[in-house]
Design a binder for this molecule. Structure first.
Ligand code: MG
Length: 382
């Protein structure tokens, strides 16, 4: 039986690499739905190649253009964010890959879980914003949440078949392009430099987050929810070669690691094919070429975002949601040259101080918090 997949965010970095995996394994997967934010040209190309049942474009103004371009195919064309939240409920879908960017992933992920679909989770912001809600719903609906993030895929693989408790998660970080920059140098880095990641080929938002170490902060919160550990049980270790994708330490002192070359195709394929390991022609790791692996402590004086994430995780409630909203606004402002690299941290810090704290948020509280925190963050940027 082929696995029927919906890809949310099919034109992004994870989405296109997921379609590479599907293309390599025509006997395993069927594409039921593809959704994109506004890259209509690529969405049309993908729809022609994979012939899904439904395509959805979030940007409603592009509906007519998409309809026209696909009118000769038996593909349903929908538009708008509500349509994305709805399409995931379609009966034939087995698995939803959530590969859109940021907070927009929350609603469709909730709907997919309620509809009983397995989740291949690439949208880490969903768990950062509303981890308690999402993990609770997944348990209630007996839905697996399979991590696509390389670190979390590694941890998930380290835990395969394990029944013993986790003592500590060792979350590896490449350190990004500015690992050895001084504070003075960080003040002047450009978006072009920030977008040039040494190891991983990713979308703009996650690449900036990697450069500022916010990505590792978001991943720490993601790991806390996925693997049910406290923030104190997660240690971030900078490992610039990105060969060890993360590790788990057990109570007998044993550490299990997952290794591989830094290529997102691997964790994507593992999630889509789980529990099977599908054959691949990915390049193999050559230890004699690699020779050395190095490790160091992250510097939270230069990269303050990582400390904010630990603070937010410990504060609980809607604090991670506040931090995430402020970060999305700060990254967008940095990408538009409105603020400098270090100012992103100032915006996040001030927004976390100023936005109303809610200890036990409901879904509506998260929606409200996201709006309020974005507004406050914007005010600090003006
Ligand atoms: Mg990652």
């Amino acid at each position: 039986m082929k696995r029927n997949i919906a890809i949310l965010g099919s034109t992004g970095s994870i989405g296109t690499q997921a379609l590479d995996v599907v293309r390599e394994h025509p006997g395993q997967f069927e594409i039921y739905a593809l959704t994109a934010n506004n890259n209509i040209d690529l969405l049309i190309k993908q729809a022609r190649e994979f012939q899904p049942e439904v395509v959805v474009i979030a940007c409603e103004e592009k509906y007519n253009q998409l309809e026209d371009a696909l009118h000769d195919l038996p593909v349903k064309v929908w538009a708008g964010s509500e349509a994305i939240a709805q399409v995931v409920e379609s009966q034939p879908i087995d698995m939803v890959l959530t590969a859109m960017v940021g907070y927009s992933g929350l609603k469709p992920t909730i709907n997919a879980i309620k509809a009983g679909k397995a989740i291949a989770l690439a949208n880490k912001e969903t768990l950062v914003v509303a981890g308690e809600l999402i993990t609770g719903l997944a348990i209630e609906n007996k839905v697996p949440v399979l991590p696509v993030d390389s670190e979390h895929s590694a941890i998930f693989q380290c835990l395969n078949g394990e029944r013993s408790p986790i003592e500590k998660i060792i979350l590896t970080a490449s350190g990004g392009p500015f690992l050895n920059h001084s504070l003075k140098q960080l003040q002047k880095v450009t978006k072009k430099e920030a977008l040039n990641h040494p190891n991983w080929d990713m979308g703009a938002k996650v690449t900036i987050d990697s450069a500022s170490l916010m990505n590792k902060g978001l991943e720490m919160i993601e790991a806390k929810w996925l693997f049910d550990v406290s923030p104190d049980q997660i240690e971030v270790v900078v490992h610039p070669q990105s060969i060890i994708h993360s590790m788990v330490q057990f109570e007998d002192s044993s550490i299990i690691a997952q290794l591989g070359l830094p290529d997102m195709h691997l964790p994507i394929q593992y999630a889509l094919g789980y529990p099977a390991r599908l054959k691949s022609n990915f390049e193999r790791l050559d230890f004699f070429k690699l020779k050395t692996m190095t490790f160091e402590k992250p510097d939270t004086e230069r990269f303050r975002n990582l400390s904010f994430a630990f603070e937010a995780a410990k504060a609980k409630g809607n604090m991670p949601c506040i931090m995430n909203a402020a970060n999305e606004i700060a990254v967008a402002a940095f990408l538009q040259d409105k603020i400098g690299f270090l100012e992103m941290s100032d915006v996040i810090e001030k927004t976390m101080q100023k936005t109303a704290f809610v200890q036990v948020p409901t879904y509506d509280d998260y929606v409200q918090t996201d709006i309020e925190a974005r507004y406050i963050a914007q005010e600090f940027i003006k």
